[in-house]
Design a protein around this ligand. Structure first.
Ligand code: NAI
Ligand code: SOE
Length: 393
């Protein structure tokens, strides 16, 4: 089994999730396509980087991503920093011939995402964007049903991503509220996950019509660089301006004629990681709720009239990825499993010299949908989405 040396840039929330995925991937998927070697982790200070290396099991730590990206012993660069750094790191990594994994959204702007795509294509390296909710087994099962025609022709996709960590007026001014770092607010941060699911399950989005709102215009400044994700300070201290959206409500028209809607907000009290989609087809309906992610609700027209209604399918050994996960349905899939499956798919592509979806072209396409949503929010008009030409299509 081949070793692949990884450099992970960013030791925060996603630094932890990716480290865990690399450690666990061969325990789930055996024989693993390649052995992920946690070679070096990078963060902004010596203290942060050393602590991350000790805690997450990396051989060494560093404070300069530029040095690490140039290191000939590194095979894969994994980017888990705030969004504004994704493009510079990914382009430098591609130019150094490294395979590149990048957290979502691929970049704060579609223009940056395009530059990133061009760089990885020119370098001929494997590239992946970390829209990991696709990897939830129940979502992969929904994809299987759609592809097999189990719900017929898709008519309507209704998606949501609702959270409440930013609903408190006094939750701190995380980098996620700053356009120069994040690019956008709920649209890019969480709406992008649902756009990815809509594209994965239904197809490309042709045009959008959106309402985009900002409810909270300033927030308490953070005392450290860490993103506190909503931990309220109840602060009387200095506040800084929020210059991103809090919420978007979007109608969609897909290229193949289906329609749909997506709502994204981090201000919905009581909702935590409420990623849902309901897909209506000519032969049935699928409903998924990430907060009950072992389950897929399905209803089929073909059922006898006196038995027609939603039934619950629990993911397990008989559903996608199940053989490598747990031996009994509903033992429980967690966020970590989505990242472990993601790591498996990416390492398989690298080991086999192939490619993986979602890739940077998907990340760029999703960024174009996000920009159309923001533009429609400004103008109030239906807005066409530019379409990315995929290589080899
Ligand atoms: P975070 O704020 O928890 O961690 C970011 C880390 O990057 C911090 O440790 C910070 O010190 C470090 N960092 C900042 N500048 C750096 C530099 N120049 N060099 C090296 N390290 C640097 O942020 P979080 O939540 O981990 O988000 C990171 C990325 O992951 C973002 O793009 C975010 O959108 C994405 N994300 C994706 C999730 C998913 O479900 N796929 C979940 C959470 C975040
Ligand atoms: C905060 O909204 C956040 O951490 C997002 O950045 C992630 O992408 C999402 O998966 C969980 O919530």
């Amino acid at each position: 089994m081949r070793d692949l040396n990884i450099a992970l840039i960013g030791g925060g929330f996603m630094g932890k999730a990716h480290s865990l995925a690399y450690a666990a991937m061969p325990m789930y998927f055996w024989p693993a396509p390649a052995r992920p070697v946690r070679k070096v982790i990078v963060d902004v200070s010596e203290d942060l980087a050393r602590t991350a290396a000790d805690r997450y099991g990396w051989e060494r730590h560093a404070t300069s991503w530029q040095d690490v990206v140039a290191d000939p012993s590194v095979d894969v660069v994994d980017i888990a920093t705030p969004n504004h750094l994704h493009a510079d790191i990914a382009i430098a990594a591609a130019e150094a011939g490294k395979h590149v994994i990048c957290e979502k959204p691929l970049a704060p702007t579609a223009a940056d995402a395009q530059r990133m795509l061009e760089a990885v294509q020119k370098a001929g390296v494997v590239h992946a964007v970390a829209f990991n909710y696709r990897r939830t087994p129940a979502v992969a099962l929904a994809k299987k049903y759609v592809e097999e025609g189990a719900i017929g022709e898709v008519l309507n996709f209704r998606g949501t991503y609702l959270q409440d960590w930013s609903a408190d007026l006094d939750s701190p001014l995380s980098w996620r509220f700053q356009k120069a770092i994040a690019g956008s607010g709920a649209v890019g941060d969480i709406g992008s996950h649902v756009v990815d699911l809509a594209r994965y399950l239904v197809g490309e989005v042709d045009e959008v019509s959106s309402l985009v709102s900002r409810f909270i215009h300033d927030r308490p400044l953070q005392s450290s660089g860490f993103d506190s994700l909503g931990a309220s300070r109840g602060s009387d201290g200095p506040r800084g301006a929020v210059d991103v959206d809090d919420e978007s409500i979007t109608m969609l028209r897909f290229c193949d004629g289906a329609v749909g809607s997506i709502e994204a907000t981090r201000n919905a009290w009581g909702r935590n990681n409420y990623i849902t989609f309901e897909i209506h087809g000519t032969e049935g309906t699928i409903f998924f709720n990430y907060e009950r992610r072992d389950e897929l609700q399905v209803a089929f027209k073909a059922d006898p009239a006196d038995r027609r209604g939603f039934r619950t399918v629990y993911t397990g050994p008989g559903t996608p990825y199940g053989e490598s996960l747990w031996p009994i349905p509903a033992l429980g899939i967690g966020y970590s499993e989505t990242k472990i499956i993601e790591a498996y798919e990416i390492f398989k592509a690298i080991a086999e010299g192939g490619s993986v979806r979602p890739d940077f072209a998907d990340g760029y396409q999703t960024a174009l949908v996000d920009e159309a949503i923001l533009a429609s929010g400004r103008t109030g008009a239906w807005t066409a989405v530019d379409q990315v030409e995929r290589e080899g299509r």
